[in-house]
Ligand binder design. Structure first.
Ligand code: NAD
Length: 502
């Protein structure tokens, strides 16, 4: 049984008799270990370590910081498999998918390696006679990242490479459901030469989050998780004077126009709906089929779903793994009966899916639910509107582009969306009018590259800056503008007038 604790000041720290939470093997349902849950004293110790490390790290040259990042990048690269195995064992996703999240996270490290260029300011000579102005961006101090269970490596890597490259010190509070990846990353930072205290990990729950949100020495908080907690973190953090970006939940729609290639659409819908068992904030959970393509498209989706292999994440034959916990699986599964009650047709029932090495999903130990397809889901029903966050794909039939667009724009969330069509004019109108932060045109999971920024609209993001990319650099720095004049003979004496250019 493993026991996971904190990483503070460059070393593992255990509080001994602290509160703990269980870590499961989702494929078997067995308890695999425990994770400590930080109390206020451990949070304060982590903040103190990060605060003590800040002055020297802030003053480390850009080139020195970049070199640490380059070394971290190389170490992470050579530990990809180990990291993916840790993720798969606690989250349940298949190994290849875990490798994918490590790769996407590494792209942010690679982006942050360019920090000397990213922090370049502007310079204007002679803004007034013999007066120059220049802008600089400076780090904030101690910053924190609070992350969800579904990407235990990638989502933290959306945050800490940029924050650390900018000269801040960082405290990661990962999900208590799959905490091990955070400690491997902490030890690789140390091996890369990052000074102790610049990167810290606090395992924990609401107690740790609340203390981080109110601690006077924490300057900014990045959060990714469900919408109710994102809203709470944003409101509480900003009430305590902090800069906060809080990314929330999602309900992503794919609009399928009648001219689309339905084989391409079916491949995309199944990949984006059931990859990582639907536990992705960019998963497609609703297909809006514009008449008359619904019947043909559903047939193609069902044919593909029935060929999927569901099994343990460490079995190379598995394409989809279990859900993260039994509680979450039960919540997701409850939407199957709800959907039928609301008038949908259950065309593939994931409770009966055969599991590799076991029986039907519902009868096999572990947190299993196979890919599920609900057709004729009524627009506006709970199954259509609520975030299910599991392997449940809903098909809503609509009569037109406009009806589909309206359904997307009246939804609570605005994280990701996609249109599938061969009509460039329709695609252009869609990307122009849709009220969603990340849009795919014939691309079902339009996750921006590291050098663009990731973030949704409406209840999918509280705050105004998205993560990583240039907006990430902006979030983790403060701007300063210097206006300078060196003494010269034109010095004109006292003037109480408002400074004007001369
Ligand atoms: P969650 O909101 O339950 O937990 C996220 C973090 O908040 C965890 O670290 C958790 O320990 C902490 N937390 C939980 N309850 C808390 C409370 N009451 N007070 C303070 N902190 C609390 O989310 P999750 O179940 O881990 O992750 C899934 C959710 O994350 C989904 O809603 C998904 O859409 C969302 N998500 C969003 C994005 C995005 O980019 N918008 C990305 C990934 C996941």
């Amino acid at each position: 049984m493993k026991h996971i604790a904190h990483w503070i000041g460059g070393a593992p720290v255990s509080a001994g008799d602290s509160r703990t939470s269980q870590i499961f093997d989702p494929a078997t349902g067995q308890v695999a270990g425990t994770v400590e849950l930080a109390e206020v004293a451990q949070v304060d110790a982590a903040v103190a370590a990060a605060k003590a490390a800040y002055p020297a790290w802030r003053d480390a040259s850009l080139v020195k910081r970049a070199r640490v990042l380059f070394r971290f990048r190389e170490l992470m690269d050579s530990h990809r498999d180990e990291l993916a195995a840790l993720i798969s064992a606690e989250h349940g996703k298949v190994h290849s998918d875990a490798l994918g999240e490590v790769a996407r996270g590494l792209e942010v490290v690679e982006f942050a390696c360019g920090i000397p260029h990213l922090l370049k300011g502007g310079f204007s000579e002679n803004v007034s006679t013999r007066v120059d102005s220049y802008s600089i961006r400076q780090p904030l101090g101690v910053v924190a990242g609070i992350t969800p269970f579904n990407f235990p490596a990638m989502v933290p890597m959306w945050m800490f490479p940029v924050a650390i490259a900018c000269g801040n010190t960082f405290i990661l509070k990962p999900s208590e459901k799959d905490p091990s990846a955070s400690l491997l990353m902490a030890s690789l930072w140390k091996e890369a030469g990052l000074p102790d205290g610049v990167f810290n990990v606090l395992q924990g729950d609401k107690v740790a989050v609340d203390r981080l949100l109110e601690h006077p020495d924490v300057r900014a908080v990045s959060f990714v998780g469900s919408t109710p907690i994102a809203r709470y973190v944003y409101e509480t953090g900003t009430a305590h004077g902090k800069r906060v970006q809080a990314l929330g939940g999602a309900k992503n729609h794919m609009l399928v126009l009648p001219d689309a290639d339905l084989d391409l659409v079916a491949d995309a819908a199944v990949s984006a709906g059931f990859g990582s068992a639907g536990e992705r904030c960019m998963a497609i959970s609703v297909v809006l089929a514009v008449d008359p393509v619904g019947d043909e498209l559903v047939d193609k989706i069902v044919a593909r779903v029935e060929r999927l292999t569901v099994g343990p994440g460490d079995d190379a034959a598995s394409e989809m793994g279990p859900l993260v916990t039994g509680e979450h699986r039960d919540k997701v599964a409850s939407y199957l009966d709800l959907g039928v009650e609301e008038g949908a047709k259950l065309v593939v029932d994931g409770r009966t899916t055969p599991i590799l090495g076991g029986g039907a999903a519902a009868d096999t130990p572990g947190f299993w639910l196979g890919p599920t397809v609900l057709d004729h889901v009524p627009a506006g029903s709970r199954v259509h509107r609520e975030e299910i966050f599991g392997p449940v794909l809903s098909v809503v039939r609509v009569s037109s582009f406009d009806e589909g667009l309206e359904l997307i724009n009246t939804g609570e969330y605005g994280n990701g969306t996609a249109i599938f069509t061969n009509d460039g004019g329709a695609a252009r109108r869609f990307q122009n009018e849709v009220e969603v932060g990340m849009v795919g045109v014939n691309v079902p999971i339009p996750v921006p590259m590291a050098f663009y920024s990731f973030g949704g609209w409406k209840a999918s993001l509280f705050g105004d800056t998205h993560v990583h990319g240039v907006e990430g650099v902006h979030f983790y720095t403060r701007g300063k503008v210097v206006t300078s004049r060196w003494l010269d003979p034109s010095h004109g004496g006292v003037s109480l007038g408002f400074p004007e250019n001369k």
